[in-house]
Design a protein around this ligand. Structure first.
Ligand code: PFF
Length: 472
């Protein structure tokens, strides 16, 4: 749908539900399915999970509403939207910097996010081949040693051209949808893939509930042991909540800018945050029963989904098929998120340089290609290339980890602190109240959270991120 603003028309969501699905598509991704269970497993389960839910409610949700309201008011790329809100509030146009930081973060993230997207494609391919070898009803990787299944990931890492090929393929699919525009590209991918994703996730979770160690999983994920709630665990939970809700990277400002005036942002933000959290929890409930039933460890970290889990599909009836469906579902979720990430810098280039969308998308993707190739090679030929060795925070890290570290530890917290200060203290109150769709107690609570709780918590995460020894 075209939204009219200042005499010119701009592409936008065709309906409220299209916006909700696209925003959920942006939020639900590798963060929920890969990172959340890995972090919960590595950080001791229940304490992390419950603190995470608190972070979503008290910090994530208020910032989500703040970002979407800036976008909806601005009806432009993220930096221009902030500039418009600043100008209507008689504040300095320099506030647009907060969104420039976000655009940079989204650009850096999409380059390594698509590398991981490539790993997902690899596993989809591996399971397709395996269906032919093991049959539709048999367990996956018939007759193979579990160690050989775990070795699939390092074998892929050791193959630079395969890794680059998979990354480029995933990036190319992302470009295809972003280049087609908001209503005929991004919205289409979300409205088809998100429902398919939900069906697959629920089906696999029910399967795990009957066949796997469900009781053990519930104990693991929801037993709150206060002594496990240490500084690093709290920090991991807050960072994860931000990544998962796509905050601090101008993503939700950009998606908010395609929303029509008739949409209540308060209630839609609630729906988006609930759906994202529901999926993260469901991912835990889907993954751990399979892992526990196979007698495997929960704390495998990033290897949990790519190494531990495929090996659990071995003993499962129809394991090859279920493994294929599982990774296909992850691929859908990753794609709706990478599309959102690429859209942030693309919308900015379209507007700033007045270049048509397909060319802008290609330009941004070309730059991301360069970084992504370096990130992919940091698992093999460039393993010893540590570009920021002279900065203690990034010493000894390859390109992939450096990109992750710069965005998660610096850009995202700084961007989010500025959003909360801007919306809580600087922006015109009437404008903010008109956009946020809240009233009464809810409005008061939201304002207190945006003004006080969010900046304080985020400044803490920034400081501890830079000086990790403080949280020990
Ligand atoms: N929220 C996504 C995930 O959990 O995988 C990642 C992401 C997507 C972050 C889009 C930021 C964004 F703009």
């Amino acid at each position: 749908m075209a939204l009219t603003q200042g005499g010119s028309t701009r592409d936008g969501w065709s309906s409220r539900s299209a916006f909700i699905l696209a925003a959920i598509g942006s939020a639900v991704g590798l963060g929920n399915l890969w990172r959340f269970p890995a972090e919960a497993g590595a950080n001791g389960g229940g304490a992390f999970v419950l603190f995470y839910i608190g972070c979503v409610l008290l910090i994530g949700l208020p910032i989500l509403l703040s970002e979407t309201l800036i976008g909806r008011h601005g009806q432009a790329s993220a930096p221009e939207s902030v500039r418009r809100v600043a100008s209507a509030s008689k504040a300095s146009p320099m506030w647009a910097m907060l969104a420039n930081i976000g655009v940079l973060a989204a650009f850096l993230i999409v380059s390594f996010y698509c590398v991981v997207g490539g790993w997902v494609l690899y596993y989809v391919g591996v399971f397709v081949v395996d269906i032919f070898q093991s049959g539709l009803t048999g367990g996956a990787f018939a007759g193979q040693d579990p160690k050989a299944v775990e070795a699939l990931l390092p074998a892929m890492f050791a193959n630079p051209s395969l890794m680059i090929g998979l990354f480029v393929l995933f990036l190319a699919i992302t470009v295809f949808f972003v280049a087609r525009g908001v209503s005929s590209g991004i919205e289409v991918v979300a409205t088809w893939m998100m429902p398919a994703f939900f069906v697959l996730l629920i089906a696999i979770t029910i399967y795990g509930a009957f066949g796997g160690a469900f009781g053990q999983t519930i104990d693991f994920l929801f037993t709150f042991e206060p002594e496990r709630l240490t500084g690093p665990v709290m920090l991991a939970a807050l960072g994860q909540a931000f990544f998962s809700l796509s905050l601090g990277m101008a993503g939700m400002i950009t998606y908010g800018s395609y929303v029509g005036r008739n949409v209540n942002l308060g209630s839609t933000s609630g729906i988006i945050a609930s759906a994202d959290t529901f999926v993260a929890l469901l991912a835990g409930l889907c993954l751990f029963p399979i892992v526990f039933a196979a007698g495997l460890e929960a704390n495998a970290g990033p290897g949990l989904m790519f190494q531990t889990l495929p090996h659990a599909f071995q003993d499962m009836p129809a394991g090859a098929l279920i493994g294929f469906l599982f990774f296909l579902m992850i691929g859908f979720a990753a794609l709706t998120s990478s599309v959102a990430l690429l859209e942030v810098p693309t919308a900015w280039v379209v507007e700033k340089f007045r270049i048509v969308r397909p060319v802008s998308t290609a330009l941004v993707a070309f730059c991301a290609l360069f970084l992504g190739v370096l990130a992919a090679l940091s698992f093999n030929v460039l393993a010893d290339f540590h570009p920021l060795d002279f900065i203690p925070l990034f010493a000894g890290q390859g390109v992939f980890d450096v990109l992750d570290g710069i965005t998660a530890k610096l850009l995202v917290p700084i961007g989010a602190i500025l959003v909360s200060i801007f919306v809580g203290w600087v922006a015109d109150r009437q404008l903010v109240d008109m956009e946020n769709g809240l009233s009464g107690v809810l409005h008061f609570v939201w304002l207190m959270l945006v003004r006080f709780v969010c900046p304080i918590a985020l400044i803490a995460i920034l400081i501890v991120g830079i000086f990790p020894s403080l949280s020990q």
